[in-house]
Write a new protein. Sequence first.
Length: 386
Amino acid sequence: MGALLKELQVLNFRNHEAFTIQDPQQLIIIIGKNATGKTNIIEAIQLVTMLESFRKPHWSSVVKNNIDVEDQKTTKITAKFLQNKRIIETQLDVQEGKRIYSLNGKKRSRLDLIGLIPAVIFVPDDLMLVKSSSEIRRKLIDDIGQQLSSTYLRILNDYQKTIKQRNAILKTCVITNQNQPLLESWDENLIVLGALLFTHRVRLFQRYMEKASCFYQKINNEENFSCRYVPSFLDDEADVLDNNDNIKWHETALLEMERKEVERRLFDRLEKVREKEIILAKSLVGPHRDDIRFYINGYDARKFASQGQQRSIALALKLGQLDLIREISGNQPILLLDDVMSELDESRREALIKVINGQIQTFITATDLNCFSGPLLKSAQIIELF
């Protein structure tokens, strides 16, 4: 079971003055030329499911321009979902650059709603995540964690606030005897919260990568795909790799590491990089600096993967997200695909379609229908934008 989007109403959102989808089917293909607002619809659905936007906008910019009536200078996105035989209505209002969420007509905080309607989004930038920044790869796991666990979300939020505050202290001036105690108090917060986040994330990482590896095998059964989690508390690259560029640290060791041991390692590493942190005015140790690395047949994908292999990894990771959220939550997530079908070759499109076909409510955007097979089009609801 999962939540099904039954109705979507968008008012004054980006280029849409008003847009409605009623009783959408399991598979919805939104077709239109560039700049017709296809991606805006995907973003609107993401905002009432995952409660965030992959575009990371300034919220005042999402309100449609050139609105003459003063009280209409508000974006409103309303969605009705059928979940466990009951209707759930979520609403987002954006006013003066602030987001206001409601559930069944009552104002709620974002933290109250996140994870209620799970979703997975796949956008063209995700196809480059193998060689993108480590932040993007960490976010893969954190997106799952915060949709599945309020504890994970709370720890992540508290940790991010700690890093922000600690960085602010580091930026003020060269550390003196006066502000040294203040920095040390934030060190303690970083160590405690960092160890908590680390242990939660590594356990989730292991389950997630088992799923992703299985899907990669289905996409290309002639290659072996593996992943490694690389903590920032390791001293340097020599502690991570051996002479053959193989990872010396394995998930088993990380999983077996007690929280107190993680705290000790974070403390030791912070002591060693203290001067460098002051010079750079940023926190250099903690889960916000950890990395995830992908390997194909034992070779580092960042250095050796072809473009096709990178696309296979990205697809396997997204399919792994879907499966893991379904397995842990018991709910089938909604899948949002923004203009990625044309970026995948036929075999990878077939692998994706095999997973979603008739089982997952899926919204797909595209500029034309050429990348879709006849049987798929017959089962799809097609919405054309002009």
